[in-house]
Design a protein around this ligand. Structure first.
Ligand SMILES: N[C@@H](CCC(=O)N[C@@H](CS)C(=O)NCC(=O)O)C(=O)O
Length: 189
């Protein structure tokens, strides 16, 4: 049986309802396609054991599978000041639409198990690598915004430039880690 994009089993409340709720709400969008930021965000709150209300991303009555078309994200923009998802909202605090802010919020609400390393070098490495993937212009961001027709299997110029950039990033990361490991500084990993 084919799975349709609209085949969801969980309950998603409209933005209108979520705005007047307290507690933890996450704007995920009601559709069956897993998104990289969505899954990462859900994973963080799952590991922390934090319950949240799932929220639709499109305007009430509009299909979530067509978010962004015909201005159907205007309710999301009115609530969160931007158009991307996921967005995590806790009580009346500012909406958090960036992955690192979402991670810090989860860590604050439920410190166990810790997901942010105490060791400063580990922390810098973790946020640096995650940013290479999830940050603006990171790997995931660039794959999603590759020009139409330059699919990952297409051998396109865009794909090659992405590969070269990621190899350079990893090479630089390994080189700086190697330099630290060779250093005599204690506690440097
Ligand atoms: N704001 C997120 C990125 C999330 C993101 O770009 N999500 C995509 C879908 S996977 C999106 O909502 N794009 C529509 C838009 O940015 O208007 C972050 O940097 O942590």
């Amino acid at each position: 049986m084919a799975i349709e994009i609209t085949d969801t089993k969980l309950t998603y409340v409209p933005i209108r309802e979520a705005r007047v709720m307290s507690g933890l709400r996450i704007v995920l969008g009601e559709f069956a396609i897993p998104g990289p930021w969505h899954e990462a965000c859900k994973g963080v709150f799952h590991v922390k054991g934090l319950d949240y209300t799932r929220v639709r991303s499109s305007n009430e009555g509009a299909s979530d599978a067509q978010i962004g078309m015909d201005g159907t994200q205007s309710e999301l923009i009115a609530w969160t000041g931007q158009s991307s998802a996921p967005v995590v909202v806790y009580d009346d605090e500012r909406p958090r639409s960036l992955w690192n802010d979402q991670l810090y919020l989860a860590e604050r609400l439920q410190p166990e198990p810790p997901l942010i390393p105490d060791d400063p070098h580990d922390r810098v490495t973790m946020f640096g690598l995650a940013n290479e993937l999830l940050g603006e212009n990171g790997l995931v961001y660039r794959v999603l915004t590759l020009p139409e027709g330059s699919a990952l299997t297409g051998g396109s110029v865009a794909r090659e430039s992405l590969r070269v950039d990621m190899e350079r990033s990893l090479h630089e990361h390994r080189a700086s880690r190697g330099a630290r490991e060779g250093s005599t500084e204690p506690n440097v990993r």
